[in-house]
Design a protein around this ligand. Structure first.
Ligand code: CMC
Length: 431
């Protein structure tokens, strides 16, 4: 970030104020309004942060107009086709692609942390069996701060590093345990001779009474889903993690806050909502009815998996996933899956509809991920936990970046107050 000679001039109540302008390495210029209140006595108003940069970052860049997503400069489609999830984790965390030795060391560190404290098994047993796995995930990840006391001190870089590795390593184990618990099967311990994605499938789908062989094409598809969800700059859950962490809260509490935020249907919960919508549509002949509902201002229904705050073009992650869906369904011999037919037809209908064209609503990452996950055997309730475990590295990378930043201060937005001005308390008998 460099402050240029450029500045903007604000005229207000007969005074003028110079607002410095920062030039990013990519993307639009940024007005620096940090001193505005002190100098001019006014706040800015931007609910939903549609025009506000809340931080500077070097991790992820999105060009919403072009439909471009870069991690540390590398395009997501190259990472999805050439890299693998743990390498992408390294890139997000440390800024560069690892050498072979660095990668081996990182993989060993993550692999050595995949088991959870045995006492945590009892903690799981306190949940109802029919709890949504996201509810379990929020609770158990928050509770990690009660189990791992030696990585809570956020002022210690070594403890931050240990917390980061622990979270990346244990999230698949915890998500798989949440699933196993919900279906009444025994927890499956991680197997450290499997890679990250294969190990997750093993913990979800194997049972102690049978041999389970992970299909390498499915573990590759799983890995690609993990890569595509790994980070997405300052989205709602990442901003939640940053805001929670700005108070100095411990990393496990902050990631639990991110998971809670991700759960909503406008964010990570959209993958579950999207598949449920495709099932509700059921057949291609019902698509026009649902398109009309999505366009009707008096109907709260929205086309799930469509639209994005930043992308005003196809989400590049959706492009990769569409291809992946074709491959996985063909492998499983279910390429004529009716949901895939509905999804493809719905996509085409929406892309040619003036409402969606005018509002620049394109398929997002959640449009095809659910079809793949369902074909792999996951229930819809596991879709958002899978998003959460993939995104943990993004949250952790952003959290580490923020804590290491000397400018880091507690987040504290202001408000446009429209309530009552001061008035005297009225005794109850006079109200
Ligand atoms: N179906 C129908 N209309 C839509 C949709 C949709 N999916 N998305 C936006 N619109 C309309 C919306 O009604 C509004 O119309 P108008 O200007 O006439 O009031 C206009 O498009 C702009 O929408 P917005 O809600 O102001 O835009 P936003 O940037 O605040 O919301 C969004 C972005 C992703 C929340 C929204 O597009 C949406 O609700 N999509 C469906 C849920 C979804 O798929 N979410 C996953 C997002 S990607 C993964 C992730 O980030 O977790």
């Amino acid at each position: 970030m460099t402050e240029t000679q450029k500045s903007a001039t604000l005229s207000l109540n007969g005074e003028t104020y110079e607002l410095p302008i920062f030039s990013p390495t990519a993307g639009p210029d940024v007005l620096d309004i940090r001193k505005l209140y002190a100098q001019a006595g006014v706040f800015t108003y931007d609910p939903g942060f549609t025009s506000t940069a809340s931080c500077d970052s070097t991790i992820t860049y999105i060009d919403g107009g072009k439909g471009e997503l870069l991690h540390r400069g590398y395009p997501i489609d190259q990472l999805a086709s050439k890299s693998h999830y743990l390498e992408v984790c390294y890139l997000l965390l440390y800024g560069e692609l690892p050498t072979a030795a660095q990668l081996e060391d990182f993989e060993t560190r993550v692999t050595r942390h995949t088991m959870v404290h045995e006492q945590m098994h009892n903690f799981f047993r306190g949940f109802r069996r029919d709890a949504h796995p996201m509810a379990t995930l929020v609770g158990v990840v928050g509770a990690m701060s009660a189990f791992y006391h030696d990585s809570l001190d956020v002022t210690d870089p070594w403890q931050r590093e240990v917390a980061a590795v622990r979270l990346i390593a244990k999230l698949p184990t915890i998500a798989a345990m949440a699933y196993k618990y919900s279906i009444g099967q025994p927890f499956v311990y991680p197997k450290n001779d499997l890679d990250y994605s294969a190990n997750f499938l093993h913990m979800c789908f194997s049972v102690p009474s049978e041999e389970y062989h992970v299909n390498p094409i499915l573990s590759r598809a799983m890995d690609r889903i993990f890569i595509l969800h790994a980070d997405h700059e300052q989205n709602a859950s990442t901003s939640t993690v940053r805001l929670a962490s700005s108070s100095g809260a411990n990393p496990f509490a902050c990631i639990a806050a991110g998971i809670a935020c991700l759960w909503g249907p406008a964010h990570g919960g959209a993958n579950q909502a999207c598949l449920e919508m495709l099932k509700e549509i059921g057949s291609v002949d019902r698509i026009p009815e649902f398109i009309e509902r999505a366009k009707d201002k008096n109907d709260p229904f929205r086309l799930m998996g469509f639209g994005h705050r930043v992308y005003k073009n196809t989400d590049p992650r959706a492009k990769v996933l569409k291809q992946s869906a074709d491959e996985v369904l063909e492998l499983l011999g279910v390429e004529d899956n009716p949901l895939l037919q509905v999804a493809k037809e719905l996509e085409q209908t929406a892309l040619n509809d003036p409402y969606f064209i005018e509002k620049k609503l394109f398929p997002n990452v959640d449009f095809y991920s659910g079809i793949i996950l369902e074909a792999m055997g996951f229930p819809t309730s596991m879709f958002t936990p899978i998003f959460a475990l993939s995104r943990t590295v993004g949250w952790i990378s952003q959290w580490k970046e923020m804590i290491a930043d000397p400018q880091n201060k507690i987040g504290r937005p202001r408000q446009l107050y429209l309530g009552e001005t001061m008035r005297d308390y009225t005794d109850i008998e006079k109200r």
